[in-house]
Design a protein around this ligand. Structure first.
Ligand code: ATP
Ligand code: MG
Length: 585
């Protein structure tokens, strides 16, 4: 499968966005590649002639930002449409007038496009189908399959029964269709207050599946809708609206998450009783969960509203907007979704798998530059005073095509504070009094002394360098065990760097004893005095780099300004998943 899909194979002539229409339509069963259980079902449907094409959709409710779980659903639906030469719709499930916001519509659209799931002009709003839904409700009433009820919400709940007891029929269940038709119209015309009447399906109050016990199809709600304004004061319930939306759009396979499994009989009932010619079919798959990570929309919303994070795109969140801001790429998310697999059983995926995917994606693509996050000065006392030189340093040893750059070197450098110790432990290979290390791409230096302030904090390190040991000079003499990075103090640019850890304290688990979330106090570290190579001062928002030994970083797209980039650490180089070769400290 190509990725990202180059302009998604938009079908200009018909005006639709058929996915991969450049390829011949192929019933995929001949392909040797492995099939997940959904694809196996689709193969069978095509083979048996139940459907002749594949049409999928992603149906978000615009009541929050999308998160990584939604990315799974998007890429699954889009990927299947692409694989079978079918089509993919983005449909806003905006039937609930209370919660939806245009801000969310815009953000969702942006996220789906960014992921590369091209919906072309197949962008739909469920609220555009309110008229059709209303017509279908009338049809059900006429057929004796729905009735207007006068029980209150509480009574309906009471009458519904539970898993061990059958429900009781509403006393209004058998009122004549004519009466229900009149009342339903009166509901639409605003004759009732919220909650005074409902339209209910007439199915089976004794069903073992509670969803089938005369579910509510329509309710009265005197609320404005972001799309239809005040046209309606009755709104359809999800279980009635969703199958109709799918059917109207000609969706063949309505892929949804496992919590809807028990709703499937109702889904089938709605499309059947509403007499759709080629009814869609619902197939459920397991949600994506990440261990110790807040993924639910509702929970993320609370973190935003409580000010625990700085907006929906705070880089510590796993909304798609946050992952993008942090520096994750669509390719890395796609790889992650592929590796996490499609299954019928709920399970939780480790965040380190996601980190592995972004490391793998950026490893060869992006230049490896030097940044000193927590600087301390190193003075080379035998380097010619006031002089400097330009050293040529390759941009990525694993990808020669990225070329090289010239970097200034002098007798005054910044190095990482943690690369020097006065009294090192046994295995410490970096700088300490008397020890020699390589300055990456430059010379060997030996520590000759250090200075501290009154508190004992190291303020300056003294060293001498050996001019013979210039990198690339063919020097074959002494070996050193450690290599550290550095920046010329005169030319380095100061920059803000932000380091992130998980929002939830991983050690202690997701929840405190009282059920509240167990936050990690160190989830954000802001370093205001870091130094970066001079060229990085001109880095553009969302550009990413490897900072050697420190990880992958991305220019924050919100808080950076021209000439003042702020760098977000996407991920460190160390991995509990698999240590990329040649990148160990
Ligand atoms: P949340 O569970 O986070 O509140 P939601 O299911 O309410 O999300 P919707 O906008 O209704 O969000 O979802 C749009 C689609 O995304 C649905 O088909 C839903 O099944 C799917 N989806 C939601 N969460 C996940 C997840 N964690 N993994 C895979 N698919 C998901
Ligand atoms: Mg929902």
């Amino acid at each position: 499968m190509s990725w990202p899909p180059c302009c998604g194979g938009r079908d200009h002539e018909s005006g639709g966005a058929k996915v991969a229409d450049t390829e011949e339509k192929r019933p995929a069963e001949s392909a040797a590649e492995s099939r997940n259980f959904i694809e196996q079902e689709i193969d069978r449907d095509l083979r048996e002639g139940r459907y002749h094409e594949v049409k999928t959709r992603f149906p978000p409710e615009p009541n929050g930002y999308l998160h990584i779980g939604h990315a799974k659903s998007i890429l699954l639906n889009y990927g299947i449409a692409e694989k079978y030469g079918g089509s993919f719709n983005l449909r806003f499930d905006d039937t609930n007038p209370t919660k939806e916001k245009t801000e969310f519509v815009d953000s969702i659209r942006r996220d789906v496009e960014w992921l590369g799931a091209d919906f072309g002009d197949r962008l739909f709003f469920a609220s555009d189908y309110f008229d059709i839904m209303y017509e279908k409700a009338l049809l059900l009433i006429r057929k004796g399959k729905a009735f207007v009820d006068e029980l209150s919400a509480e009574e309906i709940r009471e009458y519904r029964g539970d898993l061990h007891h059958p429900g009781r029929e509403s006393p209004f269940r058998d009122r004549p269709a004519e009466e229900s038709l009149r009342l339903f119209e009166a509901m639409r015309d605003g004759s009732f207050r919220d909650g005074e009447r409902t339209l209910r399906a007439k199915i089976d109050m004794a069903s073992s599946n509670i969803n089938m016990r005369d579910p509510v199809l329509y309710r009265v709600a005197h609320k404005s809708h972001h799309n239809t304004g005040d046209k309606w004061c009755i709104y359809p319930m999800y279980d009635f609206a969703h199958p109709i939306e799918d059917a109207v759009e000609g969706i063949t396979h309505s892929l949804c998450t496992l919590e809807f499994e028990d709703h499937r009989p109702l889904y089938d009932w709605v499309v059947r009783e509403c007499e759709f010619a080629e009814p869609p079919r619902q197939i459920e798959f397991a949600k994506l969960y990440l261990t110790n990570v807040v993924t639910g929309k509702r929970y993320i919303k609370k973190l935003v509203e409580d000010g625990v994070v700085d907006g929906w795109d705070d880089p510590r969140l796993v909304t798609i907007a946050a992952l993008r801001r942090r520096g994750y790429t669509p390719e890395s998310l796609k790889r992650f979704i592929e590796l996490s697999g499609i299954s019928k059983a709920n399970s939780s995926c480790d965040f380190s798998l996601l980190e592995y995917c972004i490391r793998e994606d950026l490893k060869e693509k992006r230049p490896r530059l030097m940044a000193v996050l927590d600087p301390v000065k190193l003075v080379i006392d035998n380097y010619p005073k006031g002089q400097s030189e330009l050293l040529t340093i390759p941009n990525n040893l694993e990808n020669e095509a990225l070329g090289s750059r010239e970097l200034s070197f002098s007798g005054e450098l910044w190095i990482e504070r943690e690369d020097f110790m006065i009294e090192p432990p046994k295995k410490y290979k970096r700088l300490y009094p008397g020890n020699e290390v390589r300055l990456m791409g430059a010379y060997f230096v030996r520590c000759t002394g250090y200075e501290t302030d009154a508190s004992g904090k190291v303020t300056l390190i003294h060293a001498s360098y050996d001019p013979k040991t210039k990198s690339g000079s063919g020097f074959e003499g002494r070996k050193v065990k450690g290599t550290i990075h550095w920046l010329d103090a005169k030319s380095a640019e100061r920059a803000e760097v932000r380091l992130y850890e998980q929002l939830i304290d991983e050690e202690k688990g997701k929840l405190n004893e009282d059920g509240s979330l167990n936050f990690n106090r160190n989830s954000l570290t802001v370093l205001k005095d870091s130094y970066v190579e001079p060229a990085l001062k001109r880095a553009k928002p969302s550009e990413s780099f490897q900072f050697v030994r420190n990880g992958y970083f991305c220019v924050d797209c919100r808080d950076s300004s021209e000439g003042n980039p702020v760098f977000n650490r996407i991920v460190s180089l160390k991995s509990s998943f698999r240590l990329p070769k040649g990148e160990e400290r």
